[in-house]
Design a protein around this ligand. Structure first.
Ligand SMILES: Nc1ncnc2c1ncn2[C@@H]1O[C@H](COP(=O)(O)OP(=O)(O)OP(=O)(O)O)[C@@H](O)[C@H]1O
Ligand SMILES: [Mg+2]
Length: 294
């Protein structure tokens, strides 16, 4: 693991082996099975991007890793410890895994500094001085060192999401899970959040990122996992899965995501993100292709 990244004591003591190892993971809600046997191994420093259609089980997979959902069957080892063991200390597991959601979940009545120090003090037992130092360091990392005294409502959505990332980092997690962290943001705010995530990846943080940002997945991900109907349908080097997917389902999904306004399947082989000047280039919802085709 990159020495520049702070990891908590358990992660520092853990030597060798994958950070996360998932075997045969099943999850059902009542009769409905939403994860149908997932195997996934994430090594220290890996950046794994998870893509796939709505309802394919991406969020449920992340939520099982930090036990926000209880798996129905299978095993999840985090730093060598099986988190599905009934005797496991769930709070300890969660301190090793930082999670960032689409919604920022900041406490509105607390300042940025209050949001960043609360769990450090109550869960990790840090002193006020130490928690503040850690918070300031992580705020600097996300480019918001000067906003420590602001309240969430005084920040843009992108800034709030960067605060949420800094809050997660302040717990010195062994890994970070991101569930569509930019999909609630106005388009012009997405870039700053992705840049922070890119820096984090470069610094050596182990990350699993559920995202619809295909350029990010292609450029920052080491590996891309394509999920459909509760299964991993395809997994491989990011550029390979995004650029030339092996399975038909991944090909169709990527085509729809990269060409949201396409009206026919004639370009199914073309999965590179459109570039300025391409006929498909334009914001989602741009109807110029449809207009042209009719
Ligand atoms: N708490 C729950 N109770 C019942 N069903 C659930 C629950 N959480 C998720 N599901 C169902 O599990 C399936 C997978 O949901 P999940 O949220 O993991 O999908 P997703 O791939 O993250 O989708 P999206 O891209 O829309 O976020 C969906 O059919 C969803 O309705
Ligand atoms: Mg989801």
């Amino acid at each position: 693991m990159n020495p520049g990244v702070n990891t908590n004591a358990a992660a520092r003591d853990f030597s060798g082996g994958p950070v996360v190892e998932i075997k045969g993971l099943h999850k059902s809600f009542g009769e409905r099975e939403v994860l149908g046997g997932i195997d996934l191994r994430v090594e220290a420093g890996d950046v794994v991007c998870v893509i796939g259609p709505s309802g394919s089980g991406k969020s449920t997979l992340l939520r099982c890793i930090n036990l926000l959902e209880q798996p129905t069957a299978g095993s999840i080892k985090l730093l060598g410890v099986d988190v599905t063991d009934p005797d496991v200390d769930i709070d300890a597991v969660r301190t090793h895994v930082g999670m960032v959601f689409q919604s920022f979940n900041l406490f509105p009545h607390k300042t940025v500094m209050g949001n960043l120090t609360l769990a450090q003090r109550t869960v990790l037992g840090r002193s006020a001085v130490e928690a503040r130092d850690v918070a300031l360091r992580n705020l600097a990392q996300v480019g918001l060192a000067d906003r420590a005294d602001a309240y969430p409502a005084q920040l843009s959505g992108g800034q709030q999401q960067r605060v949420a990332i800094a809050r997660a980092l302040s717990m010195d997690p062994a890994m970070m899970l991101f569930d569509e962290p930019t999909s609630a943001l106005d388009p012009e705010l997405v870039g700053d959040v992705l840049a922070v995530m890119r820096d984090l990846a470069t610094s050596g943080m182990t990350m699993i990122v559920v995202t619809h940002e295909m350029a990010f997945a292609r450029d920052v991900g080491d590996r891309v996992v394509f999920m459909d109907e509760g299964q991993i349908m395809e997994e491989g080097p990011a550029r390979q899965v995004i650029g030339s997917p092996a399975t038909e389902r991944a090909r169709i999904f990527l085509h729809r995501v990269l060409h949201p306004t396409a009206v026919d399947d004639s370009e199914l082989g073309q999965t590179e993100p459109p570039q300025p000047g391409d006929p498909d280039y334009g914001p989602p919802g741009d109807t110029h292709r449809r207009d042209r085709a009719t």
